[in-house]
Every structure is written in structure tokens, then in C-alpha cells.
Design a binder for this molecule. Structure first.
Ligand SMILES: Cc1ncc(COP(=O)(O)O)c(C=O)c1O
Length: 439
């Protein structure tokens, strides 16, 4: 069929042929037709159309836009420390920027000195011994997440994901052709999954378990015993464990970080660790993360990266080198501030009628249930989901929270406590005042 007949068959005709269908034809389509490029295929691929906007970034962007317009918005949406990057790290970057060696391409998998320092840091913090060749330096932890799933999954392979989960995982799994199987937890267990729940979700197609402790969005931290139990179960069934350790240094009270890779040697070489400098060193904007795994997986992921993005910015890599080879005093200071804010936030949230917040033990998020408030009347409206309630709160109280829909569990909010003490108190007070009006 000629292109023109093809277009006719789909009801797309140029302006002169049929005025009745002109409404369906945009100017761009007309021009494309005139140039013989008219296509009836979707403009954006099905694979990419299926990816949703990052809800956490969207809430943050809306709050920032309202702020820029002069409204006194308090944002609990951001997933980043409110501290600047420590000075010695910034100095290392400045020095690197002056060195012509770093003005050129470097190995796609990362600077050798950084890979070595990451291997040393992993031995220091997790007690896990790896060779530098088992490290791939990525453009933030996010790229490590994408590359891990792209490298491990074939179409139809299932991944067990504990919900509530961080928003990026589903998209990375989907894009790799994998199938996410949710293991849903709630506040009654402090958002911790049991082996019985994981086992109930396992099928013959399960390839991997995603293990995240401390968790974004809930702040849940698995104990050593729970970690060992889960890891042994995964090993017994030959599953891969992809473990995201990006919040390893942000644990509070008697909670302890346990690296599943070290705690469960039975997992052998079927473990992939994801990590980065963003949260520990207040370096979200520098974009340096990494993936650690068996050599074959790391080699394959490095091949992928060599075609996608090549090496991470050398200046940022040298900043990351200063970070991981320095001490942990900067994160200790941040941790003390986060701990204080965490306690204030949880106490204030639990004083609001209809809100219940288990104590988060890691990361910098609280994840209260607001299920009792959904469907109640508030300022003449009746929000029927936590998403609608979050919108109402932004408009009426000028407070931004991320609704649980973004993390696979409607009926909750995520609030980051990585913001100044005064703003935190003011924001949660506004929230409490508004929500107390719900009937
Ligand atoms: C659990 C988790 N993993 C990974 C990342 C990725 O961080 P980045 O890409 O900024 O290094 C984040 C960031 O929010 C996170 O919360």
C-alpha cells in the first residue's frame, strides 16, 4: 500500500482531501505527511511509555515551584541530606579539575584508584572482601540499579520486591524485561518481610530477591538474625540477592546495619551490592555510585555502561575517592542531626489523630499510615486516596509529602526528615492542625 492509502485507511488525510478528518491531523502530522514521513506507529515506544515520572522528584519539583512563586511551602519530599558536601571532598574535585589527565576519557568501569578504594571501603564497612575488578563505578546509585537488573534479568524472570519500595526499582526491573512480584508489608511489622511471606511469593521463575536495609521509604532495618534467615532462604533456593546498601551509615538507636553479603557466605557469588556516595557524604548532585558483584556480572555490566555513558565524570570520581578513603566523621555529624529530627517527627506525627507512624530505624524517612483519614471530610473536600489527601495538604497547608501510591502502598505518606529542625517542626505542626479538622 502506498503511504497515502495507508494513511487514508487509518483516517489520516492531508488537509485538501477531507475536511472532516482534519481535526485528527495535527500541524506536525500534516508536515510529516507532506514530506512522505507519515507514520501510523506510536511516537514513543511502548517500553518507554510505560515508565512513570519519578513521583518523589515530581512532588519536590512542585513544592520548589510553589516556593519560587513566593509561597511558604515546607517540603518533606526530598530524598537528600540538607548538608553541603564536606570541604575536603570539594577540594579534591577542584584539584582534579585542574589536572589534564582528568580532561580525557578514562576507563568506562571507573578510575582504577577509585575501584581500589571502594573495594577497601567495602572491606572496612561491610567486612566483605572484593577485588577492584569486581567494582563498577556508576553514574549514581540509580545507574547501578538499572545495570544490575539489565545484566541479571531475561524477559519473564521474576524479582521479589518488598513493598513499600523505592520508586525506581519497578521501572528498572520492567525495562530489563523482568517481572516484579510484590511482597507487601505494613506498619504492624514495622514494614519488615518474613521468610514465610517471601516463600509464598516464590515461583519457579523467581531469579532474584531485592534486599534493601535500611529501607527507603520506610526506614525499616532488618536485624542480623532476620538478615541471616532471609539470606539463607535465598541461598537454599539458588536465588540471586541484589542488595542496596546506600543507607548503610544511617542507622539509629540500637539498630545495626548488616551486609547480607557478609552475613550469609552461603550466597556465594550470587550477590550484587549497590551503593554510592550520595547519602553518606551529602553528595547527591555529584552522581557517583557503584555496583559490586562477581567478575562475569561486573564485566557484562561494564560492557553495557561502555556503550551507554562511558566513564563517570572524572572530577566527580576524584571527589568520591576523597570521600570513601576519608573517615566517617561527616556522616556521624549528619546522623546525630537526623536522629534528633527523626525523634521529633515521629513523636509529632503520632500525636495527630488518624496518623500512626512506627519508628523508622534507618535512612531519613518516616512512613506513617494515614489510612484512617482517607475518605473523611476536610475543608469541604473528601480525599479518596492518600494521593488526593497529599494534594489537599499541599494546597491548604503548603506542606509537601509523597503519597504511598508512589511506593506501591496507598494509604501512607513518606516524609523525609532531612531538613532543618525549625522547618520540620513548623511543617508537621501545620500538617497536624489541618488533619485535626478531618471529620
Ligand atoms: C534506596 C536508594 N537507592 C539508591 C538511590 C540512588 O541514589 P543516587 O542515584 O543519588 O546515588 C537512592 C536515592 O534516593 C535510594 O533511596
Amino acid at each position: 500500500m502506498r503511504r497515502k492509502d495507508q494513511a487514508k485507511a487509518y483516517g489520516y488525510l492531508p488537509r485538501s482531501s477531507n475536511q472532516n478528518v482534519i481535526a485528527q491531523v495535527t500541524r506536525a502530522e500534516e508536515r510529516a505527511w507532506e514530506h512522505g514521513r507519515m507514520s501510523t506507529r506510536p511516537r514513543v515506544s511502548a517500553r518507554i511509555s510505560a515508565i512513570s515520572e519519578s513521583a518523589t522528584l515530581a512532588v519536590d519539583a512542585k513544592a520548589k515551584a510553589m516556593k519560587a512563586a513566593g509561597r511558604p511551602v515546607i517540603g518533606f519530599g526530598a530524598g537528600e541530606p540538607d548538608f553541603p558536601t564536606p570541604g575536603y571532598i570539594v577540594e579534591a574535585a577542584i584539584e582534579a579539575a585542574r589536572d589534564p589527565r582528568f580532561h580525557k576519557y578514562t576507563p568506562a568501569g571507573g578510575l582504577p584508584e577509585l575501584k581500589k578504594a571502594i573495594a577497601d571501603k567495602t572491606a572496612r564497612d561491610s567486612g566483605y572482601a572484593v577485588e577492584p575488578s569486581q567494582v563498577l563505578v556508576t553514574n549514581g546509585g540509580k545507574q547501578a540499579v538499572y545495570e544490575a537488573f539489565a545484566t541479571l534479568l531475561d524477559p519473564g524472570d521474576e524479582v521479589l520486591v518488598v513493598a513499600p519500595y523505592w520508586t525506581t526499582y519497578p521501572e528498572a526491573i520492567k525495562l530489563a524485561g523482568g517481572v516484579q512480584v510484590d511482597v507487601v508489608t505494613d506498619e504492624s511489622t514495622g514494614y519488615l518481610a518474613s521468610v514465610a511471606q517471601l516463600e509464598a511469593a516464590r515461583t519457579g521463575r523467581t531469579k532474584a530477591l531485592l534486599f534493601v536495609s535500611p529501607s527507603n521509604p520506610t526506614g525499616a532495618v532488618y536485624s542480623r538474625e532476620q538478615t541471616v534467615e532471609i539470606g539463607r532462604w535465598a541461598a537454599e533456593h539458588g536465588l540471586w540477592v541484589v542488595t542496596d546498601e546506600i543507607y548503610e551509615h544511617l542507622v539509629y538507636g540500637d539498630a545495626e546495619f548488616t551486609s547480607i553479603a557478609t552475613a550469609v557466605p552461603e550466597l556465594g557469588d550470587q550477590v550484587v551490592i549497590l551503593n554510592g556516595v550520595a547519602k553518606t557524604y551529602a553528595m547527591t548532585g555529584w552522581r557517583v555510585g557503584w555496583l559490586i558483584g562477581p567478575s562475569d556480572v561486573v564485566k557484562a555490566a561494564t560492557n553495557l555502561q561502555s556503550h551507554a555513558t562511558s566513564n563517570v565524570s572524572n572530577v566527580a570520581q576524584m571527589a568520591a575517592l576523597a570521600a570513601v578513603s576519608g573517615d566517617l566523621s561527616a556522616v556521624a555529624e549528619m546522623r546525630a542531626a537526623f536522629d534528633r529530627r527523626r525523634q521529633t517527627m515521629v513523636r509529632m506525627l503520632n500525636e495527630i489523630p488518624g496518623v500512626f507512624c512506627p519508628e523508622p530505624r534507618g535512612a531519613f524517612y518516616a512512613y506513617p499510615s494515614v489510612k484512617e483519614l482517607v475518605g473523611k471530610e476536610l475543608r469541604g473536600r473528601r480525599p479518596l486516596s492518600s494521593g488526593e489527601l497529599a494534594e489537599l495538604i499541599l494546597e491548604e497547608a503548603e506542606v509537601a509529602v509523597v503519597p504511598g501510591e508512589a511506593f506501591g502502598t496507598p494509604g501512607y505518606f513518606r516524609l523525609s526528615y532531612a531538613l532543618g529542625d525549625n522547618d520540620l517542626v513548623e511543617g508537621v505542626s501545620r500538617l497536624g492542625k489541618l488533619l485535626s479538622e478531618a471529620r
